[in-house]
Design a protein around this ligand. Sequence first.
Ligand code: ATP
Ligand code: MG
Length: 452
Amino acid sequence: MLNTLISSLKRWRKPAKPAGPRIVARSDHNLSRRDISRAALTVMKRLQDAGFQAYIVGGGVRDLLLGGHPKDFDVATDATPEEAKSLFRGARIVGRRFRILHARIGREIIEVTTFRGHHSEGEAHEAQQSEHGMLLRDNVYGDLESDAVRRDFTVNALYYTINGFEIHDYTGGVQDIEQRLIRMIGDPSTRYKEDPVRMLRAVRFAAKLDFQIEAKTAAPLRELAPLLRNIAPARLFDEVLKLLMSGHGERTFELMREHGLWRHLFPDNAALLDDSSALALTRLALRNTDARIRADKRVTPAFLYAALLWPAVRNEQQHLVDKGTPPVPALAQAAQKITAAQLVHTAIPKRFSLPMREIWDLQLRLPQRNGSRAQRLSEQSRFRAGYDFLLLREESGEIAPGLGQWWTDFQQADAEQRQQMVQKLQRPGGSKGGRRRGRGSRGGRRRNPQNE
Ligand code: ATP
Ligand code: MG
């Protein structure tokens, strides 16, 4: 009788609390206050002086423990967004799903988040779930411990305080950093259903940090991947940039394929990856992007999206040409169709989709070099991107090499040499680039037949 009472009491007393934090003392970690931005330190100090708690949490702590350079510092506090706002001039509260304070210190913006709580403790209107178990709103406030278990991965739930310079670890994150593991806090399936973007974050951090995804964290990915279709395309576009344009795009792509995520973000690309040139083009575009980021060169989503969608655009165009549509309108129609299909999954803001279209259009125009055309083309604003794209297509094996080299030579030539290059084209049987031997990836089908 007593036993049943105790066990029912135990069941009633939820949620079960973790056993308290592991506290890593200042002397036992390599994280130094000097590595933290002045702005983040100012924010923490001001919150503490006003009687609130303040910790650095997330990527800032994680990346410093790994010896890296965090791209930003996030601060967690027990002050509500309104309370924190009153401490910083010009601060703004942003977000709806999660309300966050943007505190501006000098030129830096520090994100200040209020400790999240357990949902059972909150009012219904502060937290909302959809029929798929997805969290629509999550503005229930709590303490440091409840905040830790609401975070995604253990390595992202480490808290650093300038009050004693300790690290507070409620979820085993320090050990997982040592073992290089991405481990979901709590039940992975439930946490992915609450927010399917966490599936993308798992592969993003694994690729970026060169960590393994712990087995239980990886297990549900393939089955739950279709939930990505419930995420707003605008949020997914932002996430795609973080996945593919942060310097580890190629590795991220491979991991996304491995876990069945890729085809839910880029179905038209995924469907064609059996075609070796489509796979090669995708990998090359991502590898180039990674290399450019490492070299501090400019990268644009327009170029990357142009590459990811090109195999489908090219196929569709060919399909229309085979049915008798002339190449130029066929490309326009194909571009329209494939772009519209992609927008259902990830948004592509106009400032990127327009240059993407121009890069594709140039693929039909670059073979046409007669008269003053080559000169005019080379002066066009999007020429360089179109030319780079042509080189990728040649390198991928989609088309035979030749035209790319002609354009490389043209750009290096002086005015007189350029004229000669163009004149050579006009002589039938001219040695270089007269007719391009455009060969398709499959079965030698001739592409872009409207060459000269
Ligand atoms: P980086 O900024 O280097 O990409 P980060 O870990 O700082 O990595 P952010 O997206 O800046 O990632 O988020 C800050 C922190 O907020 C994370 O470390 C994590 O603790 C928490 N967080 C972010 N997104 C989620 C999410 N979808 N679910 C749960 N916690 C999240
Ligand atoms: Mg961050």
